[in-house]
Design a protein around this ligand. Structure first.
Ligand code: PMP
Length: 383
């Protein structure tokens, strides 16, 4: 049996979520925006229950929750949706970091081709951006700062609390990509001041294909984002298109489960991390951890096994466990991880780096077994 240890790419669906979705598919048919029959009303009530579940997890109001197809779309709306506002105010300066997900990097690149001034803040070997580096760049014409909460490749938590506090005082829009932290760093997220937040349900054991954009109201007003695709008035026009009721229901329940269980999940994840490090120590292999472990989530380890190509290792251990050496969105290309490159990590270390990630559905014994086998193959390759 092969152990799945690539939760940062996608977590398996919680069976409670799947069963609820099947029930919704069977019994809550119709379009949530149909007003002329009970079927529509029932679908609407499922959607609003989900909106409440998401809002409760995040500690925001339900009317600040907008369902999308996933974090990629939420990130696109949060950034590209500001284009008209930027053009009308002349605020066209965007600050982000070199380690954001491609859905941020490619979107700001698109805007820089349209005359926006985009700055990518670099970071150090610890994998953390320096909040001062961001805040010192804020100008009169700064439109937006976009920073992720937790990096998907290294698991490093970014100093978004400080950034959010300071930007709120300065009145600058702050977008937080919380795709890897939502449902995990629950209390931390509630403390962060942001105007917009994105996540995908599948990273917290919900279904793939649905996500959320949170738009925080200020004095009853939403941030000045507009829809980027055209259609009906669903989700108040921010995200036109028929609401996928069962997907949204699954997203809501995944959030409710995370809200109820995150403390237990946290303890379990910490135990798994401890066990993974014990196995690494016991293996006798020379290894280094990428990013400062002090700031790393307990569901991820990005580790370099000295002298062992991660590509070779992953191919030879496919039957034992599923790990990765970077984000799934870029894993088809064999170019080195841009996140590790941005951290200034040596090319040889990058070539031997593995991302191992787990979550609420991982059994500790299975994780240990998978890691043991992976390390045993690594030893064979290195000898
Ligand atoms: N942001 C981050 C930090 C991510 O890890 C991911 C998924 N790897 C995304 C955005 C995009 O999520 P999705 O592919 O579900 O749209």
């Amino acid at each position: 049996m092969s152990t799945y240890l690539d939760y940062n790419a996608s977590a398996p669906i919680d069976l409670r979520v799947l069963n609820y979705m099947i029930d919704v598919y069977k019994n809550s048919i119709g379009n949530a925006d149909s007003r002329t029959h009970n079927f529509g009303e029932k679908a609407r009530s499922v959607v609003e229950t989900a909106r409440n579940q998401v809002a409760t997890l995040l500690g925001v109001m339900p009317d600040e929750i907008f369902f999308t197809s996933g974090a990629t779309e939420s990130n696109n709306i949060a950034i590209r949706g500001l284009e008209d506002y930027a053009n009308s105010t002349g605020k066209k300066h965007i600050i982000t970091t070199a380690i954001e997900h491609k859905s941020i990097l490619e979107t700001v690149k698109y805007l820089s081709g349209k005359g926006f001034d985009v700055e990518f803040v670099k970071l150090g070997i610890n994998g953390r951006v320096n909040s001062e580096e961001i805040l010192n760049r804020v100008r009169e014409d700064t439109l937006l700062v976009s920073v992720m909460h937790v990096n998907n490749e290294t698991g490093i938590i970014q100093p978004v609390k400080e950034i959010g506090d300071s930007l709120e005082q300065k009145g600058i829009l702050f977008h937080l990509d919380a795709t890897q932290s939502c449902g995990k760093l629950v209390e931390e997220l509630r403390e962060i001041k942001y105007n917009m937040l994105s996540f995908s349900a599948h990273k917290l054991m919900g279904p793939q294909g649905v996500g959320v954009l949170v738009l925080r109201k200020k004095r009853y007003k939403l941030p000045p984002v507009k829809n980027i695709i055209y259609g009906g008035q669903q989700e108040h026009g921010i995200r036109p298109g028929t609401i996928p009721v069962a997907l949204v229901a699954g997203c809501g329940l995944a959030c409710e489960i995370a809200n109820n269980e995150y403390k237990d999940n946290f303890k379990k994840a910490s135990e798994i991390k401890k066990a993974v490090i014990q196995e690494l120590d016991a293996s006798g292999l020379e290894y280094s951890i990428n990013g400062d472990p002090e700031f790393c989530v307990n569901t991820t380890i990005n580790v370099s096994l000295k002298g062992i190509s991660s590509e070779a290792l992953m191919i030879s251990t496919k039957q034992f466990c599923g790990v990765s050496n970077g984000s799934a969105c870029t894993s088809k290309s064999y170019s080195p991880s841009y996140v590790l490159v941005a951290m200034g990590i040596d090319k040889n270390i990058i070539e031997s780096s593995l991302r191992i990630s787990w979550g609420a559905g991982t059994k500790k014994e299975e994780a240990i077994e998978g890691i043991k086998q992976l390390l045993s193959v690594a030893k064979q390759i290195s000898s």
